[in-house]
Design a protein around this ligand. Structure first.
Ligand SMILES: C[S@@+](CC[C@H](N)C(=O)[O-])C[C@H]1O[C@@H](n2cnc3c(N)ncnc32)[C@H](O)[C@@H]1O
Length: 438
């Protein structure tokens, strides 16, 4: 039987050469910008920091290297080591989870070293356990062992020590998110065997006392805080930055429109977009009051100029919308819900929609074409997010055609106007729908 493949043939040599060529181009760009060159040592924590991250050419070159390097590692590993690596990969969120939840990066001084005993005392772990955890971290590029039993920072651990946003992402990612993900095979098995009596989602197996993930967040203060600080952390990293939403729509032309951010959490989307359209007013709606209180305080302390422009309002988006606005934003909302629930959410808007009103959907968009096996950086991002949705909410990321079909089913008055964005490691796109009077 002949072997079949749709992938271009990749070889160790061609991949290595392509990586070398892109590395030289990166060196030239960084030299011309007098920007920090990446190293694995502590001082490398600044490499590719925000300003450079925004450089499109640099981001593209980095993605080329990452894509080819992934393919190269898989090729050099061979199928056995490749599968073994995947089979035991739960070790990584477990290790990172200990590192961030015990505050090990912050306990280790920057620009210095600390003995295992002192570090163990500082984070209140037995020395033996601390040493084993940190040494596994070192194998993953987090921390360095500068001499036997003495630890210092690597680039990545130094950034964890400095960036609360990155730590918040790592905490939620290795806590609630990982707990749900690891239960997905069990949940699908139980759903297969028990039908409607099976769990709603893998999340329910991890947190059996709650109806669903949002019930858990709303009734668990610490979990809710981890969730919303994770969401805030995400918009402060280039992959999920609201910059993509800022640049992919004509915000400066909306004049004195009213904009509602449905399920807006602490209001980070409105805080980013409002300065682009100073005459517009924004209402952040969420059914959870804690994040909105945090957002109000954040505006008061850090963005007082936005106080009159951004208001907060408790609202459940399954109940009829009470505010007639010009633009409704759903950023990372519909992917949390099944098609049936999304129809309920969109139909709950209808009573307030006037002809010409816009509904903007900002989230990951799944490619329509068959999955690729090489060069998959962007595609893997969206498929990771899709796995989050399946495990946590039994929901999904969608293709553009899925969204168009969903809106059409919600009401024939929705007209699809187009989609922008979503490439080069920034995986979310912006879809625009207009409400018409036909
Ligand atoms: C994935 S987060 C997205 C937050 C924000 N839009 C963003 O892009 O970061 C989902 C948000 O929906 C809110 N939410 C969940 N169910 C809701 C409901 N029934 N009504 C209003 N908000 C809800 C959650 O509290 C949370 O803030």
């Amino acid at each position: 039987m002949p072997f079949i493949t749709r992938e271009e043939t990749v070889s160790l040599e061609t991949l290595a050469l392509k990586i070398g060529a892109s590395a030289l181009e990166i060196r030239e760009i960084l030299n011309s910008q007098k920007a920090a060159y990446p190293t694995l040592n502590e001082k490398g924590y600044l490499a590719f920091s925000t300003a450079e991250y925004e450089n499109h050419e640099l981001r593209k070159l980095r993605n080329t290297i990452i894509n080819h390097a992934h393919d190269l590692i898989r090729l050099a590993s061979g199928p056995t080591d490749h599968i073994l690596g995947l089979a035991f990969s739960a070790v990584d969120p477990s290790n990172l989870g200990i590192i961030v939840r015990f505050g090990i990066p912050q306990a280790l001084p920057l620009g210095s070293k600390m003995s295992a005993e002192d570090l163990a005392k500082a984070v209140n772990l037995p020395t033996d356990v601390l040493t084993r955890v940190v040494r596994l971290g070192v194998c993953n590029g987090i921390f360095q062992e500068l001499e036997t039993g003495w630890f210092g920072h690597s680039a990545s651990s130094a950034l964890l020590a400095k960036s609360e946003h990155l730590r918040n992402i790592a905490v939620f990612g290795t806590h609630e998110l990982s707990s749900a993900l690891i239960k997905l095979p069990d949940a699908l098995k139980q759903q297969q065997e028990l039908g409607a009596k099976g769990p709603h989602a893998a999340f329910n197996l991890a947190y059996p006392d709650y109806k669903d993930a949002f019930d858990y967040f709303n009734n668990n203060g610490e979990g809710n805080s981890r969730y919303h600080t994770y969401l805030e952390g995400r918009v402060n990293t280039s992959r999920w930055a609201v910059n993509h939403l800022k640049s992919s729509w004509r915000w400066s032309t909306i004049g004195s429109s009213t904009v509602i951010d449905c399920g807006g959490s602490i209001g980070h989307t409105c805080m980013a977009v409002a300065p682009l359209c100073p005459k517009a007013t924004f209402i952040v709606q969420d059914f959870s009051e804690e994040p909105m209180a945090v957002g109000q305080e954040l505006i008061r302390m850090s963005y007082p100029e936005l106080q009159n422009q951004i208001k907060f309002m408790k609202h459940d988006f399954f109940s009829p919308q009470t505010v007639t606005a010009d633009i409704y934003i759903f950023r990372h909302i519909l992917h949390d819900w099944s098609d049936e629930d999304c129809l309920r959410i969109l139909r709950a808007l209808e009573g307030a929609l006037k002809p010409g009103a816009k509904v903007l959907v900002s989230e990951g968009v799944v490619p329509e074409s068959a999955a690729r096996a090489t060069g998959v950086l962007d595609e893997k991002q969206i498929r990771i997010e899709d796995a989050f949705m399946l495990s946590v909410h039994m929901a999904k990321e969608r293709t553009v055609s899925d969204f168009v079909a969903l809106f059409r089913q919600a009401s024939p008055k929705f007209r699809f106007c187009g989609v922008t964005g979503g490439s080069d490691g920034a995986f979310q796109s912006l879809l625009e729908f207009a409400y018409t009077d036909i």
